[in-house]
Design a protein around this ligand. Structure first.
Ligand SMILES: Cc1cc2nc3c(=O)[nH]c(=O)nc-3n(C[C@H](O)[C@H](O)[C@H](O)COP(=O)(O)OP(=O)(O)OC[C@H]3O[C@@H](n4cnc5c(N)ncnc54)[C@H](O)[C@@H]3O)c2cc1C
Length: 349
């Protein structure tokens, strides 16, 4: 065996997993298709807003929050409705969601502090939803802003990973693209893939896909932390929710090209059960970045108080069609407007 654990993806999820495996004394290898300049993945570009429940920061603003309220909001946002059959699609999502809200209402704040994330006193009100008690969104402000925003979230984990590589217990293999999960006797026992030529493009830019070799690594545990599909419009169109009709002709992109979703299909081929592929998150208020870093680079507009929103024909938007409400409901409204487009995956700079 090459390690105790192999992690595919050196974004925030992969780095957090590596922090835990390292602390548990496990030899870990992280592979990523991108170079060292992209360590930390999307989180580096993100706003870094963190979901916490009933925190001292909320109390300072007089916000009254509780686990019960947050769990009600979470269920309203998730709109889980796939509970029939032997293995319902929403079963694990609901279990995970409840555990996550419990975490956010208890040990999460001390956990992020111990990891090195410092919070500003600011608590924003992202994703307010449709303002109904059982509808989508947060009924109180819960969006805790860290110092350094996204970089403030990801840097402690990047530093921890680099420190662990110095001790020899963690290896970071860049330009290693996973193409296959190795399955033996019904279990994943490793990864196979391609070595990509080195590429010194700036962080976030699309990098070369020229293959210069291959590799195989083995470990009793493999974690896939490869991010979403927002950089791959073909996949977004393929899994576009039926209820939203035809996907928009034009889409702009809120994430770098390496958010290609390819690994999800690879996991499926290895036997992973893929669920809820049609449930995706888009913003309608994205505009093209005048100075793009990645292909089709879009930036989401965060409006000030009382903005006036007009559609492509100059008509005033009505709820729930304007930004700040439910992304899927906004997409429904925008689907009816000619010349509208959506931004794939989160973008909130
Ligand atoms: C502009 C912006 C603002 C955001 N704001 C917020 C916010 O305020 N709050 C919030 O909670 N979230 C926010 N998000 C979302 C959040 O940042 C992401 O959900 C999160 O960072 C995703 O982390 P990840 O590790 O799962 O995936 P990624 O960061 O996408 O990392 C996945 C990694 O896997 C690698 N990979 C993929 N496939 C392979 C393969 N086959 N082989 C090898 N490597 C592979 C990729 O190269 C990448 O490095 C924002 C995102 C953006 C872009």
């Amino acid at each position: 065996m090459d390690a105790d654990v192999i992690i595919v993806g050196a974004g925030l999820a992969g780095l957090v997993a590596a922090r835990e495996t390292h602390r548990a004394g496990l030899r870990t290898i992280i592979i990523d298709q991108e170079g060292p300049q992209n360590l930390g993945g999307q989180a580096w570009w993100s706003f870094g807003g963190l979901f916490l429940v009933d925190s001292p920061e909320q109390k300072r603003f007089g916000v009254r929050d509780s686990f019960e309220l947050a769990w009600q909001d979470w269920q309203g946002s998730a709109q889980w409705d796939r509970f029939s059959g032997e293995h319902p699609e929403d079963e694990w999502a609901a279990r995970w969601g409840r555990a996550y809200v419990e975490f956010a209402a208890s040990e999460k704040r001390s956990w992020i502090r111990e990891a090195g994330i410092e919070l500003t006193p600011v608590v924003g009100w992202a994703e307010r939803g449709d303002l109904r008690a059982s509808g989508h969104g947060n009924s109180v402000p819960r969006f805790h802003v860290p110092w350094g925003t996204g970089t403030g979230v990801v840097t402690p984990f990047v530093d921890a990973a680099l420190e662990a590589t110095a001790s020899g217990r963690l290896s970071l293999l860049h330009r290693h693209r996973c193409d296959e999960l190795v399955v033996e006797n019904g279990a994943v026992v490793g990864v196979r893939g391609s070595l990509l030529e080195s590429d010194n493009s700036v962080r976030g830019a699309a990098s070369s896909r020229t293959i210069i070799g291959d590799f195989e690594l083995r470990a009793p545990a493999v974690i896939v932390a490869s991010g979403g599909i927002g950089g791959n419009h073909d996949l977004v169109r393929r899994y576009w929710p039926e209820r939203l009709g035809t996907p928009p002709q034009q889409m702009v992109t809120g994430v770098p090209a390496y958010v290609d979703g390819r690994m999800i299909g690879i996991a499926g081929e290895a036997g992973a059960r893929l669920v809820n592929q049609d449930r995706m998150w888009h913003y309608t208020e994205g505009i093209r970045n005048w100075d793009p870093v990645w292909p089709g680079h879009a930036i989401r507009i965060l409006p000030g108080p009382s903005p006036l929103w007009l559609d492509a024909l100059g008509r005033r938007l009505s709820p729930p069609g304007y930004p700040g409400t439910t992304p899927s409901r906004r997409c429904e409204c925008f689907a009816r407007i000619p010349k509208s487009h959506v931004t794939t995956a989160p973008g909130s700079s």
